[in-house]
Design a protein around this ligand. Structure first.
Ligand code: SF4
Length: 319
């Protein structure tokens, strides 16, 4: 399996930063490397800037002019138009490549995804909350379904798991349509992600369920596009302990007849230990997978919730 993932070139170790350095991500280049096919882009080099180069930043020039990408020491050197044109062209190219994720470099006025410093004319920081790098802003607008994450945030186990999970889910979605977009392919895909949706967003579980139930009344290509965006947005919500507990109890119900009293008590204890935060999610899931091997059930076996990505990534250890 090779999952196409866009990436800020400095995050793979290319020495393209303003100071000639890089920001290599070990997680991306070592742990994820066997599963992904990287598409590196350095937008600043892409618009013709040199390495090394003067630092640039986002400058808020007020309501009429807006946010500009300028050199820190010479705000008349303005790269906004060049960067927007480059970003729009690149985002269009990437949108045709079935990318399944994008890792951007944090804090950069070009690649940062959030909390990029936005300066005022007087040199003070206007806000660290709303600034988004110009390139990444275009990516997010052109591909609202695409999982995008910053390199630094991948150190957080919850954010990391959610990002990787979404990447694998999107790849699965594209693979499911490999023989052509069809109602059947979408319904089957949706069916495999029911427990996932229950865990990530019970509200979307219901509304997407209704949407899919009425698939026959929609033009299939329009349905595909809307479903992709709504599904990817739904799973970008983190699966809470409470929702995961509900899914685990739902799964437990499938083994009502197959397990004896002692086995049932053992599973209940593990679920409650997880609910209280005394066990990782992996503990009850491992036992459920074990019972599923002993008592095969076609509906459960195809549920992505039970095996969303290769175990070797060890992403559920910290949840
Ligand atoms: S943050 Fe983006 S623009 Fe800056 S060096 Fe890295 S890839 Fe290039």
């Amino acid at each position: 399996m090779s999952i196409k993932v866009g990436v800020s070139a400095c995050v793979i170790g290319d020495k393209v930063r303003f100071d000639g350095g890089h920001k290599r991500s070990a997680f991306l280049m070592e742990d994820l490397a066997p599963f992904i096919d990287l598409v590196p882009v350095c937008p600043e080099v892409g618009i013709g800037l040199s390495v090394p180069r003067p630092t640039i930043r986002l400058l808020d020039r007020g309501e009429t002019i807006g946010v500009r990408l300028v050199e820190t020491k010479d705000s008349t050197a303005d790269y906004t138009e060049k960067m927007v044109a480059f970003s729009q062209k690149k985002a269009n190219q990437l949108a045709d490549m079935d990318l399944c994720g994008y890792v951007v470099c944090a804090k950069s006025p070009t690649c940062g995804m959030e909390r990029v410093k936005l300066y005022r004319e007087n040199g003070y920081v206007a806000s660290e909350k709303i600034g988004v790098g110009l390139y990444t802003k275009e990516l997010m607008e052109r591909m609202p379904w695409l999982p995008i994450e910053e390199d630094g945030r991948l150190h957080d186990p919850v954010l990391r798991e959610n990002f990787v999970f979404r990447m694998f889910a999107l790849k699965d979605f594209y693979d499911s349509m490999a023989e052509g977009i069809s109602r059947r392919a979408i319904v089957e895909f949706h069916s495999r992600y029911k427990l996932v949706l229950m865990a990530h967003s019970p509200a979307d579980y219901k509304s997407l369920g209704n949407f899919v139930a009425n698939i026959a009344g929609h033009e299939i290509n329009e349905f595909y596009l809307e479903y992709r965006t709504r599904f990817m947005r739904a799973i970008s919500n983190h699966a809470t302990r409470k929702n995961n507990t509900n899914v685990l109890m739902h799964l437990q119900g499938y083994f009502k007849r197959a397990l004896d009293k002692k086995q049932k008590a053992e599973l209940s204890d593990l679920i409650h230990a997880y609910r209280k935060g005394n066990m990782p999610l992996l503990a009850p899931l491992t036992l459920i997978n074990h019972h599923l091997n002993q008592n095969p059930d076609p509906y459960l076996q195809q549920q992505s919730y039970l095996n969303p990505y290769p175990e070797s990534l060890r992403l559920r250890y910290g949840l």
